[in-house]
Design a protein. Structure first.
Length: 438
């Protein structure tokens, strides 16, 4: 099939300049390079423009950050007003109280909140809090799940068939140079495998500080945790008195009250980020007052010292307040309706054309899989080189139709989208499937 992805001349020349001053020419490994990244110039609602003046329906949304799309007027106004009176101070502002109140009202498991600047930091501090609280150090995480760049959180996130391991998933460093002692303090389970979870706890439950769980992990396949697994998680947490951390940095946007609440989980700590910053850098750790007290300096030095030059900076906070306030139950319901229409349209196109694709998703998130059957676990989600190639071809084709989607991860809808955009996506994907069938 013709490759319709063609970065324009301005992107090409920027990339050549960038290669001279940046390793690999970019600052994020997740930037698509085919072989040149697209350099962007502006965004407008559901659409983004590259430096060569081409317009795309943006289904990447900075990897799910932009719940309201680009240039959302309430965010733009809030940022403009705030920046004219100050971009950051060492002291707190009323804004941090306001965003903390919003999160406590909205997310059932959150009684207290601390702000940081990224999701990676939020996960790191949540793990530190769990360790301080339990006096243990081991982290139980799940194969294939992405939680940012903290050593303990990233292990085994890219496990593959050649290193699955016999029985229990292999504990593998993600970055070269990760110390062995880090790996010694990690145990890896399989999402939705309740039996394995019980086995792990029977063997080493008294050493586990925390279970790190994303209720609907995007990178592992965008499927939700099963009721049986949720039950097993709760039983193990109670029996072995460890801390349950739900990482909702990405999956918060699944539902108005967040993903753990949607799936019936009652975490001790929650990490959030992305959408709660309205397009500016943010992360937060929230949870029960008892657990969050490890960060408090009310009675002297905190058990877990937590700070950061840009933590709770007023620009991210005011943008976040505007975005979160406009993320109403009605907005969530509308996004969910659009997503259902989209997934029904895509499934119908796959069936009609006999294309070996499927789709999963919830709320405003969806993911197309180069498989007949939608995955229910990481191993059935895992893509062969041939399947990865088909995803790449699909995304290149969509690019040629003015739709920007990453072949590597989930896509997202945003509030400025409507039926028109859904039809545009369904039509372009159907066209690809028809061509592929020929
Ligand atoms: C589930 C999850 N946790 C943590 C992170 C890390 O967040 P950040 O990129 O803001 O550091 C991400 C980022 O995509 C994520 O999806």
């Amino acid at each position: 099939m013709t490759n319709r992805f063609a970065p324009g001349p301005v992107s090409e020349s920027l990339y050549h300049r960038a290669l001279k001053v940046m390793p690999g020419g970019t600052t994020r490994m997740t930037v698509d390079r085919i072989p040149t990244p697209l350099y962007m110039s502006k965004g407008e609602g559901a659409y983004a423009y590259d430096v060569d003046g081409r317009r795309f329906l943006d289904l990447v949304g900075d990897y799910t950050v932009l719940l309201h799309g680009h240039n959302f007027a309430p965010v733009v106004d809030a940022v403009r007003d705030q920046i004219s009176v100050g971009s950051c101070y060492a002291n707190p502002t009323e804004l941090e109280v306001e965003l903390a109140e919003l999160l406590c009202e909205r997310i059932p498991a959150i009684e207290k909140v601390r702000f940081v600047t990224t999701g990676t930091e939020a996960v790191m501090f949540a793990i530190k809090a769990a360790r301080a609280f339990t006096g243990r150090t081991r982290v139980l995480k799940f194969e294939g799940c992405y939680h940012g760049g903290y050593d303990w959180a990233e292990a085994s996130e890219n496990n593959a068939p050649e290193n699955w391991g016999e029985g229990r998933p292999t504990v593998r460093a993600y970055a070269a140079g990760t110390p062995e002692y880090v790996l010694d303090d990690i145990v890896v389970g399989k999402l939705n495998d309740a039996e394995l979870l019980r086995d792990i706890f029977a063997e080493q439950g008294d050493q586990v500080a925390c279970i790190l769980l994303d209720p609907m992990p995007s990178r592992a396949g965008l499927f939700g945790v099963s009721p049986e697994f949720v039950e097993a998680i709760h039983v193990m947490r109670e029996k072995y008195s460890c801390v349950l951390i739900c990482d909702e940095v990405l999956s918060l946007r699944v539902a108005y009250h967040g993903s753990s609440s949607f799936f019936g989980l009652s975490p001790d700590l929650i990490t959030v980020g992305k959408t709660i910053g309205g397009g500016l850098p943010i992360g937060a750790i929230g949870g029960s007052s008892e657990l969050m007290s490890v960060f408090s300096s009310e009675n002297g030095s905190p058990e877990v010292p937590q700070g950061g030059t840009f933590s709770a900076n007023p620009i991210s906070l005011c943008a976040g307040i505007a975005a979160v306030r406009h993320a109403t139950p009605e907005a969530y319901a509308n996004l969910s309706r659009l997503n259902q229409r989209l997934q029904a349209g895509l499934s119908e196109a796959f069936k009609r054309t006999g294309a070996r694709f499927s789709v999963t998703g919830l709320g405003s998130l969806f993911r197309i899989h180069p498989k007949d059957i939608a995955p229910k676990d990481y191993r059935s989600f895992h893509q062969s080189p041939e399947e990865r190639n088909r995803m790449r071809e699909l995304s290149n084709f969509l690019f040629g139709s003015g739709i920007w989607i990453s072949p590597l991860t989930s896509a997202c809808l945003s509030t400025p989208m409507g039926n028109h955009e859904i039809s545009q996506i369904v039509e372009a994907v159907s066209e690809f499937c028809q061509l592929e069938a020929k």
